[in-house]
Design a binder for this molecule. Sequence first.
Ligand code: FAD
Length: 447
Amino acid sequence: MNTQTHKQTDNKMKRKDLVGIGIGPFNLSIAALCHDIPELDVAFFDQKKDFCWHPGMMLPNTYLQTSFLKDLVTAVNPQSPFSFLSYLVSKKRFYAFLNNERPAISRHEYNDYLQWVSRQIEYLHFNQGIESVDFKDDHFEVALADSGEVVAANNLCLGTGKRPHIPQAVNHLHDQYSCFHAINMANLPRDFSGKRVTVIGGGQSGAEIFLHLLQGQDGMPAEINWISRRSNFLPMDETCFTNEWFSPNYIDSFFPLPSTTKHDIVGEQKLASDGISGTTLQAIYETLYEKQVAGENQHYRLCPNRDLIAAQKDKGYRLEAHNKFDGSHEEFRSDVIILATGFENVIPSYLESMKDRLQITQDQQFILNRDYSIEWDGPSQNKIYAVNAGRYSHGISEPQMSLMCWRSATIVNDLLGRDIFDLNDNCSFVEWGDSRPVSALEKRLTA
Ligand SMILES: Cc1cc2nc3c(=O)[nH]c(=O)nc-3n(C[C@H](O)[C@H](O)[C@H](O)COP(=O)(O)OP(=O)(O)OC[C@H]3O[C@@H](n4cnc5c(N)ncnc54)[C@H](O)[C@@H]3O)c2cc1C
């Protein structure tokens, strides 16, 4: 719901236990868990006019890469009225959903679920961007962008996501209509008929956009290039032992490791989170095959192993790439460039006046404690939690939704100072570090 006047007055008068900045899925999960805890007075703010999950990437036939059971609440509070199953029942689609037997739900349906939750929580305030945050005496002051109102809070949770990454080689060309980041694609007027289109990026978004173009969903392009740095169009590893990296136990083992070790491990695990889902790869291959059978002479090039090194405007665009497979230098001509090049961390501008008080690494990562609060020089009872910020502290699951509600519950428990959510999920079959309790047998043998 949008903020109403009486709520603003409320905010002015009463200091909140927690103010959440940004309402993406991650802070929405925290908000949903707070719902049944009357002792917590919380408020969440977002600049968007209502909840919408990455609207610019809401292309048809795109699917969640995570089980619907890993929703906002279920893993820590299956009785919550905000579970995906409650949503299905309330929408009268429970049996149809089961009959549909899809391995993954569509992003449209997931967005609809998130919107359904967001409409039921009264302390979410949309159309309220945050301009700045300051710390005065014993509390934070959060300034809203348009109204000028200031909300006081004992604790904050930063949930404003990441910034689209624009590769350096095309930075000077980046514009709204012909060289743009994939995050905006669905928001743009699109007609690619007869155009040469180049997709850069070999992850899930790049694959979805390549398929979308190949199927001519926005007009049939004359030529499609798909360029990736990776050695091939590589699948996401969704097998069971890899999925153990997305478990609470793994975080317990990972968190205490030295920072350089963590960086190496996360680098090695890339395909567990950033690979392409098997169904998308299959759909691309099938589409290519059927085009071959039909004798269609559409031009497309699938080019892995290429590093984009330069780009200029030249009757459209001229892109230059280094082919790491055979060492050659190649050129691609294009009218449109779509950058499916991922996201990067930035320190949000609303933290400008507090930046010097926060512990931040050279590569612009917050230094996080185990409870997801940022290390800072202020009082320890005033915490600044950050979600989607701990890939190199808590592990590969951080930017993903797999452990979203477990992390939310960790934060809420910490906020309350007691374990309202039981987070002792000890079922893991892999010993990551030497964290075993010494068994009675070992004690006897070594005595
Ligand atoms: C297309 C796409 C598909 C994905 N699919 C999956 C998937 O299937 N499975 C999975 O595990 N992960 C997936 N992810 C990764 C991740 O789960 C999502 O990016 C997720 O949305 C991250 O949530 P968030 O809450 O951190 O940030 P976001 O969803 O980016 O939300 C941040 C919010 O902060 C708001 N905001 C920003 N600045 C301000 C400000 N100054 N004041 C107020 N509000 C502000 C924004 O308006 C926005 O609503 C996907 C990512 C993308 C891009």
